[in-house]
Design a binder for this molecule. Sequence first.
Ligand code: GGG
Length: 356
Amino acid sequence: MTDSSRHVYRIASIPGDGIGIEVTEAALEVLKAAVQKSGKYTIEATHIPWGTAFYKETGSYLPDDFRSTLKSYDAILFGAVGAPDVPDHISLWELLLKMRGPMQLYANVRPIRCFTKPRLDAEPAHLDWLLVRENSEGEYSGHGGRSHVDQNWEVATDTNVYTRHGIRRIMKFAFEAASKRPRKHLTVVSKSNALRYGLVLWDEVAKETAKDFPDVTWDKELVDAMTIRMVQKPWTIDTVVGTNLHIDILSDLAAALAGSIGIAPSANLDPERQNPSLFEPVHGSAFDIMGKGIANPIGAIWAAANMLEWLGEQESADAILNAIAHVCNEKKVTADMGGDLNTKQAAAAICEQLLK
Ligand code: GGG
């Protein structure tokens, strides 16, 4: 994908585990087509083998110098993590979460759009949301522990950590993101009736931050009520901000309502651009379908489009999204979306549309 007269983006490609490998390959094919169509830049993708096979070989999911290795790239394209013979909390913490924290990828942006018929009584246009997840603290702070292991009085804790700084920066990011969208509306999700310290601070900082964004209308919703609103009144939603756990859950619901978890992308951003940001599909490694070649590649391809947008290649990003919308409309998709294509064919249909 190189040509010395054009700008070269250096991408670290970490397919990881399971179907992550298949969908990352598909996303790289679409990136090649985007490069060909644009003619303005090239992409140099370097394969990095971190994942469960690497862990079994070396004893670690990531090498000690992973940060300095990744710093030399413009962005990271990630597949999925998780394997049947390694506990999920080990694989997730040792690979994905270990990259998010130290690299300050604190803003996790999960757009969702409906390319087919929504799985609820709504119009496709009602499901065009931007979910913003606080990605560095909260329920996934990593603080906690276990004592009296294997005793009847065993205790296990996971401590939710919220800092004013951490909340402030994600609120600012979310209000800014909302202000750039046509509807300019933000819903702040929490559970501050029950979690009376961290999420009360969350709500307070949201209210303070809102004063800096007079052009954005906003409202608050408890996370349990938000699940109902997403199903029953999707047209009242535009941009949503919530904690690490809340948006992790709500984004799966959003993807399912829009058609399939297989289409949903996730951008793990360092808005200060001190570190390369990481782009991945929302879905996991899905070992049950691994190797069958039937995984939906759209989540990974949409993530690659988000990566191009982050790198400043808006035209290419838009072209990929239009191609995705087109193939979905023509049912040139995988079985989870009602089509009969395999992963490679679904990606090829997007490439073909892109190059028309
Ligand atoms: N493609 C991303 C992936 O492997 N996700 C697995 C997962 O469980 N992620 C949880 C998270 O994003 O916090």
